[in-house]
Design a protein around this ligand. Structure first.
Ligand SMILES: [Zn+2]
Length: 582
């Protein structure tokens, strides 16, 4: 049985990791990589803890999860009553941290839900984890407080190591563990300080011990170990408190932790602290964002000038972005450019009066191509991440992205952040991605690692949505799925316990032949289910999408279940013939 261990070193810069590896300071990781692979990946935006964990743990970007940042305001629900509407204003940095799981869009499934035999250690995203499978929940809070007040982060990592080694002995299939010390010391010092290096050497020792245990259990070869990070870090020389900046322009502003400003004209939500979202007139409850033109209108913020232009001219600001007809407008100190979403899904970048994303070219390309052509740009993969940010309904009207050397929080950040992250420039967006197995290649997005992990862990899905209904219409009973519910993950034992007479194999997006090949790969497990017949069908053609083809799917199922009454099949139904030897 395949297992997976995902180790996340929070806030680790790839260049530091690579130089320590080359210098022989990380011997266990070097041993792991000898038969594995290493790459650099682009993380999610904003490049900050918890939001940037979502791609690893859900396979979805923050925009797809509708969790656009660590602080946000729900424009459609907030009505200006700071106490009554407090649930419509979010900051995961305080008592609301546990709300993250419920805030994730309901259709998004976490790896903990897809692989029920999971364990999470020090994870801020725990969707699908029971208390038993999240055993360090209390300790995480306790050591987090110690780290905050005593500036002592190593005990957190030591606790993670303890839980990790214990977890491996308890036969979990998937373990996610987060090491917070590198990020903690980074904020306190610099991203490559002695304290940071020491913490990374200790993570390396933990990797060595994990591999040792797995080897002793005979499980090392069947275990995929990924060592990743959620964001980089860089030195901050100047803090521009963005809410205070708005107040200095004469704009009444609400922001965390003081959210009870009367009749605010702006809500400023800082993340990470290298970026922020601005909501115009937060008391005016509305579903849609206001376009950039309206934000530039002096009436909106009751000023006598274009506040967007003034903000973009600040040395602390790399660029700001807002919505225009057909896409987004990016405004920098030296000019503006448009990002468009083309009909075929491609993204276009067109310089108007300047080149705020510092790309040096105009281009129309698909999302994958953008990753490649902007990999080494000052704001790598920015077109993709900007559109992702504005996909979320909770995203503010205006996005503000910090320049290297600056961040947006001063007054309430105690202790002071000497280094930070959260922005869209290279030092924050590039992360290391190391694997115990071959296959990782640069460039990569952190969100790409999820399907690779799932493929390795290979959970069983049973049909959801309309499939159980179709089976019923075709004269069968779906012994596992329930009509109307989304697809469920079950263990092979549960599938066998349901005693199906016929198993219809329909891996999402596969045609009948590939489905049959997939069934053959699982011949052992399928044989244990003891069904009389195992039939592979074309899921992509007949079952994956709602529409008229579902009628053909119904006929196909009726043919499989009652070949005597429905002799004609509208598509392929490939039977898995049992292996005579086995
Ligand atoms: Zn941090």
């Amino acid at each position: 049985m395949n297992r997976g261990v995902l180790l996340l070193v929070d806030g680790l810069r790839p260049d530091l990791a690579e130089s320590m590896l080359a210098a022989g300071e990380l011997p266990a990781l070097r041993a792991m990589l000898a038969s594995g692979s290493s790459a650099r990946a682009i993380t999610a935006f904003p490049s900050t803890t918890s939001v940037a964990y979502l791609p690893f743990l859900t396979g979805c970007t923050p925009g797809q999860c509708n969790v656009p940042s660590i602080r946000w305001l729900d424009r459609s629900r907030y009505q200006g009553r700071w106490w009554k509407d407090r649930e419509a204003v979010r900051s995961y940095c305080g008592y609301q941290a546990p709300r993250l799981d419920q805030d994730i869009a309901p259709q998004v499934r976490s790896i903990f839900e897809l692989v029920p035999e999971s364990l999470g250690i020090f994870t801020p995203v725990a969707k699908g984890l029971t208390e038993e499978r999240d055993p360090s929940r209390g300790e995480r809070k306790f050591w987090g407080a110690v780290a905050h007040y005593a500036l002592w982060h190593q005990p957190s990592d030591d606790a993670v190591t303890r839980h990790l080694l214990r977890g491996i002995d308890h036969g979990w299939r998937f373990i996610f563990a987060q090491f917070p010390a590198v990020d903690g010391y980074s904020h306190q010092t610099t991203p490559d300080s002695d304290k940071v290096r020491r913490s990374l050497r200790l993570v390396d020792q933990t990797v060595g011990r994990v591999r040792e245990r797995l080897r002793a259990r005979g499980e090392l070869d069947d275990t995929l170990i990924l060592v990743v990070s959620d964001h980089g870090a860089s030195v901050v020389h100047t803090h521009l408190d963005l809410p205070d900046w708005f107040r200095a322009q004469g704009v009444r502003t609400m922001s965390h932790p003081i959210i009870w400003e009367r009749d605010p004209l702006a809500a400023v939500m800082v993340a990470g602290n290298g970026s922020a979202m601005v909501y115009a007139r937060p008391n005016e409850s509305r579903a849609d964002r206001w376009p950039l033109s309206r934000l530039r209108d002096p009436k909106t913020f009751e000023t006598s000038f274009d506040i967007v232009a003034r903000l973009a001219a600040e040395p602390a600001v790399a660029f700001v972005a807002g919505e225009v007809e057909g896409g987004l407008r990016v405004v920098g100190a030296d000019g503006e450019a448009d990002l468009t979403r083309e009909e075929d899904g491609q993204i276009g970048y067109r310089r108007l009066t300047g080149d705020p994303l510092a790309l040096g070219f105009d281009r129309v390309a698909d999302e994958r191509e953008w990753l490649e052509v902007s990999w080494d740009a000052p704001f790598p993969d920015a077109p993709f991440h900007l559109f992702d940010q504005f996909r979320a309904s909770r995203t503010g009207d205006l996005l503000v992205v910090a320049n290297e050397g600056y961040d947006f929080r001063k007054r309430y950040e105690v202790p002071e952040h000497k280094s930070g992250h959260g922005s869209m420039f290279r030092a924050h967006m590039q992360t290391p991605a190391w694997s115990s197995h071959p296959g990782l290649v640069t460039p990569l997005r952190t969100v790409d690692l999820f399907p690779a992990m799932l493929e390795w862990l290979d959970p069983v899905f049973v049909g959801g949505h309309w499939v159980p209904q179709l089976i019923e219409y075709a004269g069968g009973i779906d012994v596992l799925g329930l009509p109307g519910e989304s697809s469920e993950v079950r263990s092979w034992e549960e599938v066998a316990a349901a005693r199906p007479e016929v198993v219809v194999v329909m891996p999402c997006g596969y045609d009948a032949e590939r489905a049959l090949a997939e069934a053959e790969d699982h011949a052992g497990e399928l044989a244990a289910v003891k069904a009389a017949r195992i039939v592979a069908v074309d899921a992509a053609g007949f079952f994956s999408r709602p529409g008229p083809r579902l009628i053909d799917g119904l006929e196909l199922l009726a043919h499989i279940l009652h070949p005597d009454r429905v002799p004609e099949a509208p598509g392929e139904a490939l039977e898995l013939t049992p292996d005579p030897a086995g």
